[in-house]
Design a protein around this ligand. Structure first.
Ligand SMILES: *Cc1c(COP(=O)(O)O)cnc(C)c1O
Length: 235
């Protein structure tokens, strides 16, 4: 068996074990395979094994890879769901709106407006998450927690976007309890947004990567975004 596929299988097993250990329903925690820097062949290998959702950080790389995958696996490509998980400059929104089905990194209204305006009319609404900077970390991306509600309310008005929840990338810590506490703050923020906007279904919490799967799942993550544990280390 291909190394990517066997690692993908172990990550899937690990997520199922962690979900059980933390009293989560197994189907509640989904795996987003982060294929950034890895070739289209890696995507096709795990897609053939059953993975459907893929995340890319760099817009041009993602758009090129989506086309390569369609070329390598025309039978499969239409079943794959592509998530943009990287920072989005205004001049990249058109490509994101045309090629991705999900965006995890909406952190300002201008970008959301452009994504809504530029979403091609033949495609379904773009599924979006607000990226929140929960710990004031160096990444700089993400809206401050106290500004998340105002942004979410504005994004929810945009016609071609469907707001589904929030995403965060806290600074890594060796102490899993500290990571879990940060992830729990993110979960609590989602609950507050849901209470403030009861007309929406905010059911998505994108948090946790290879190094913090357990604290993220314990805190209620519904999408874990995993790269290195599946595809290996990035050079
Ligand atoms: C690269 C990346 C991941 C995956 O990180 P790993 O540590 O490789 O699992 C997840 N989320 C975002 C936003 C990333 O940029």
């Amino acid at each position: 068996m291909n190394a990517w596929v066997s690692q993908w299988l172990s990550v899937g097993q690990r997520i199922a074990d962690l979900a059980a250990r933390h009293d989560r329903n197994p189907g509640e925690v989904q795996l987003l395979a982060v294929s950034k820097t890895f070739p289209a062949e890696a995507v096709v290998a795990v897609a053939r094994a059953g993975q459907r959702h893929f995340g890319e950080n760099y817009i041009q790389e993602g758009v090129d890879k989506i086309a390569q995958v369609a070329h390598l696996a025309p039978d499969l490509a239409h079943e794959l769901v592509w998530h943009c998980i990287g920072p989005i400059q205004s001049n990249k929104t058109r490509q994101v709106a045309a090629h991705f089905q999900w965006v995890h990194t909406v952190d300002r209204l201008k970008v959301a407006q452009r994504l809504s305006d530029q979403r091609p009319s033949h495609l379904p609404d773009l599924q979006v998450l607000i990226q929140v900077n929960m710990d004031g970390g160096d990444t700089k991306s993400g809206v401050a927690p106290q500004e998340a509600l105002a942004l979410a309310q504005a994004v929810a008005q945009l016609p071609r976007l469907k707001l589904r929840g929030i995403m965060s990338i806290p600074e890594p810590h060796d102490d899993p309890q500290r990571m879990q506490a940060i992830h729990e703050h993110t979960r609590d923020l989602l609950q507050r947004l849901q209470q403030a906007m009861p007309q929406l279904t905010l059911d998505v919490l994108s948090m946790g990567m290879s190094a913090d799967l357990e604290p993220a799942i314990a805190a209620g993550s519904t999408w874990v975004r995993v790269g290195t544990a599946i595809f290996g280390s990035r050079t």
